[in-house]
Design a binder for this molecule. Structure first.
Ligand SMILES: [Zn+2]
Length: 224
């Protein structure tokens, strides 16, 4: 399984519970992140010695902080550190170029995942749109492609596939709390995370929490 996100925290927010379940079931889970998300860190979250740096050096420190946070968060969900790759695309500058498509394609050829998770295409964040489009180009031969939601997914997102995460929502929240540089953002609020998961659960007629997905393509066989 391969989960692709634009920034550190995207795959955890959209599919953290599903990732945890894949890991628990023994699947080898890989994560590919386009950007280190260096623009998403306010200066007051920098360590004291980082605050006096010039902008370029500050961005470097911020990018490193966020990469470390996502590695810690994904470790809580069960993803091995060596299975996480963070590309250096500029934050708010991820573009669906031939170069990026080829990079994702080379990972698809190397890892041969049966399932790829990525962003939904109707998004308010341009990096999420670009990541989704590049992934869809790169995964033309992948059997199953599942699209997750993010806090900036547009309201056209109409899920058809739900994962019951009632037994692991605490893990998901624990993982997301590793994103300390993102603390204070409204979607990182524990109550907001639970409310969204509870809403998706009620949509799925589950008396608990769920993650919701759109299936872009699924190849399988129906038996019985
Ligand atoms: Zn993002």
């Amino acid at each position: 399984m391969l989960a692709i996100g634009a920034h550190p925290d995207d795959v955890e927010l959209g599919a953290g519970g599903a990732i945890y379940k894949h890991c628990k079931e023994g699947d080898i889970v890989h994560v590919l992140i386009m950007s280190r998300g260096e623009r998403g860190v306010p200066d007051d979250k920098l360590p004291e010695d980082g605050k006096a740096l010039e902008e370029g050096a500050k961005a470097e420190v911020k990018g490193k902080m966020r990469e470390l946070e996502t590695r810690k968060a994904l470790a809580i969900l069960g993803v091995a550190n060596e299975n996480i790759e963070v590309l250096g695309c500029p934050d708010i500058g991820v573009q669906c170029t031939r170069e990026l498509i080829e990079k994702i394609q080379s990972e698809i050829v190397r890892l041969e995942p049966d399932v790829v998770y990525t962003h939904y295409f109707e998004e308010q964040h341009i990096d999420h749109v670009s990541t989704c489009l590049a992934t869809l180009h790169a995964t033309r031969r992948t059997k199953t492609i599942i699209l997750y939601e993010s806090p900036s997914t547009r309201s056209s997102f109409s899920p058809v596939y739900f994962v019951d995460i009632s037994d692991c929502i605490a893990k998901k929240i624990e993982a997301l709390k590793e994103h300390k540089s993102q603390a204070g953002k409204e979607y990182m609020d524990e109550e907001a995370m639970k409310a969204k998961a509870r809403f998706r659960g009620s949509q799925a007629k589950i008396n608990g929490y769920a993650e919701a997905f759109v299936i872009y393509r699924m190849i399988g066989g129906v038996t019985g």
